[in-house]
Write a protein that binds this ligand. Sequence first.
Ligand code: ADP
Ligand code: MG
Length: 255
Amino acid sequence: MKLDKTPDAPAPLGQAIEVRDLHKSFGDLEVLKGIDLTVGRGDVVCVIGPSGSGKSTLLRCVNLLAEPTSGTVTVAGTEVTDPDVDIDRVRRRIGMVFQSFNLFPHLTALENLTIAQRRVLRRGKEEAKRIARANLARVGLVDKEQSYPAQLSGGQQQRVAIARALSMDPELMLFDEPTSALDPELVGDVLAVMRSLAQEGMTMLVVTHEMSFAREVADRVVFMDDGVIVEEGTPERVVGDPQHERTRTFLARVL
Ligand code: ADP
Ligand code: MG
């Protein structure tokens, strides 16, 4: 049997995420070339950078959807890259929201929120429903619990996906371009939900091209290019007064 060193309770001290000298290659292609990143508890860190720079791979290495080639990743005091750690138990503590919503099409919004609670957390039916309804209310969709994904707008589907992640009581949330697939008029509602989560103190690592969100909500902005962090700092610094030419070139294209 696998030795399990995963603590059940969150570690009281330390950072939410610590990434040290993280490298990731796919075959000959080195995608992450030594990333160091710390996200404190309750912090919102936005990752920006051109397509192909390794942003998604970084997020996927944090919850081991991608296996790092070398380096360490520590989440809430548990080193997830330690081979003795049960990654499924760590992953449960991390909510992940993708560009594509990945809802079950044959389940209602409510059922999409209860299924993992029941199967993974072994919650009873009524408790799972109660928690699901509370989280649908949190994202402004209390009246949509019986809707199927196809009956919802993209923005509503993404808010269901956020509510689904929240229903698992995550200690931190990873967002990978959560608004990139949405029609422009639907982006605002999703960002508003993310903003309120940030205000509630949720730890969030967010890959986004929404510079106004990064400026208003992020404690820190990280600019990545070609597998490295080129610069990081407050939004005022990185977005408002970038020090590197690569950052300026990127911002000129997205702003
Ligand atoms: P970003 O999210 O910044 O657009 P990604 O992390 O998705 O960048 O990708 C970085 C690079 O890694 C790209 O060149 C991409 O093609 C490559 N890549 C990502 N995932 C895989 C994979 N599973 N297999 C091979 N190459 C991959
Ligand atoms: Mg990506």
